[in-house]
Design a protein around this ligand. Structure first.
Ligand SMILES: [Zn+2]
Length: 341
């Protein structure tokens, strides 16, 4: 097959969050040498900025103008966590557009799957609001783009970032054309993502939240994916699998309380790749969300790319004891109205 595409660009370092901010330019700086070292195994794709019309697939035009207006200001802050610099708007457009380049390359068959290693991240941004380090919701723009441009009817988004992707959930909660599945620490920032948030109206049943207490690691995540994420994903029969791939659930992450390892993230990617292979012709694309320990991000991305390239064997070890049973039982009880679990 056509292999794995990677979007990464030194211009992703141009969004300056100021001294001491965890969502820093070095997150991309740490990944550039890894991608260069992997050069024969992955295809580099050239990022482009998303147009305002493309951003308006999920964002209010007035809000896009508000973000654009920050270009004229040396500094601005949408909230305490979400500061801007003069290049932030362009960098945020390049993050969303880089993801669209990857999706186009997969749809064209130039690559089979891929990873956009972009910043700023996106899953907290709402249609009319920046928050939580996020300006434009890259994965939501991508999902809507796939539907409008290619006429796809069912797009799966799996969000394994430490935090709940409030923006993504809200954009699609009444829409059965996008199934949003999230594992996240709870209660925690941003506060949403409880069991009972299952979507509304036509979209009821197409939001699946797995709120986890702090301390869950590879065993709990693997069990959650085997018992809930994978069966729900297969029943949905997606035409494209998208991953909000944050690495702040890694054991070494300074913001999170989870214990996932780099190999654990590779195993999660492997599960979703298998779903993509059997349901969506292998079409699977990840976008970087959070993750604030540089070496943890680098090794985790390495494992996920190994899974994407078919170089990671399935984890066939017996499932170790897991503390997830009670949480997963509660998710099942909630979701059994909509899915066979
Ligand atoms: Zn996060």
């Amino acid at each position: 097959m056509a292999g794995t595409g990677v979007v990464i660009d030194p211009r992703y370092m141009d969004h300056d969050t100021g001294a001491g901010h965890p969502e820093c330019a070095e997150r991309i700086g740490a990944l550039l040498p890894l991608v260069e070292a992997l050069a024969p195994e992955v295809t580099r794709l050239q990022a482009r900025p998303a147009t305002p019309d493309e951003l308006a697939l999920v964002h209010e035009p007035e809000y896009i103008k508000e973000v654009a207006a920050t270009q004229a200001l040396p500094h601005f802050a949408f909230d305490a966590d979400t500061p801007t610099s003069p290049r932030s708007y362009e960098t945020a457009r390049l993050a969303a557009g880089g993801f669209l380049v990857l999706l186009d390359a997969i749809m064209a068959g130039d690559v089979e799957n891929g990873f956009a290693l972009a910043r700023p991240p996106g899953h907290h941004s709402e249609s009319g609001r920046a928050m939580g380090f996020c300006f434009f919701n890259n994965i939501a723009v991508g999902a809507q783009y796939l539907r409008r441009r290619y006429g796809l009817g069912r797009v799966l988004i799996v969000d394994w970032d430490l935090h709940h992707g409030n923006g993504t959930q809200h954009m699609f909660e009444s829409d059965p054309g996008v199934l949003y599945v999230s594992t996240h620490q709870f209660p925690y920032y941003p506060g949403s993502g409880n069991f009972g948030e299952v979507g509304t109206g036509e979209g009821e049943g197409y939001t699946v939240n797995l709120p986890f207490p702090a301390g869950f690691g590879d065993a709990e995540y693997r069990q959650a994916f085997e018992r809930i994420v994978e069966p729900v994903a297969r029943q949905y029969d997606p035409q494209f699998v998208l991953i909000s791939a944050g690495f702040d659930a890694h054991a070494r992450d300074p913001l999170g309380g989870m214990m996932v390892s780099e190999a654990g993230f590779g195993a999660l990617a492997r599960v979703l790749l298998d779903v993509a292979t059997e349901h969506s012709q292998g079409r699977c694309a990840a976008i970087l969300e959070g993750g604030y320990d540089l070496s943890a991000i680098r090794s985790s991305v390495h494992h996920v790319l190994a899974a994407f390239g078919g170089r990671l064997a399935a984890d066939s070890r017996a499932l170790p004891p897991s503390r997830a049973a009670a949480v997963l039982e509660r998710v099942k009880k909630t979701q059994r109205r909509f899915w066979k679990l």
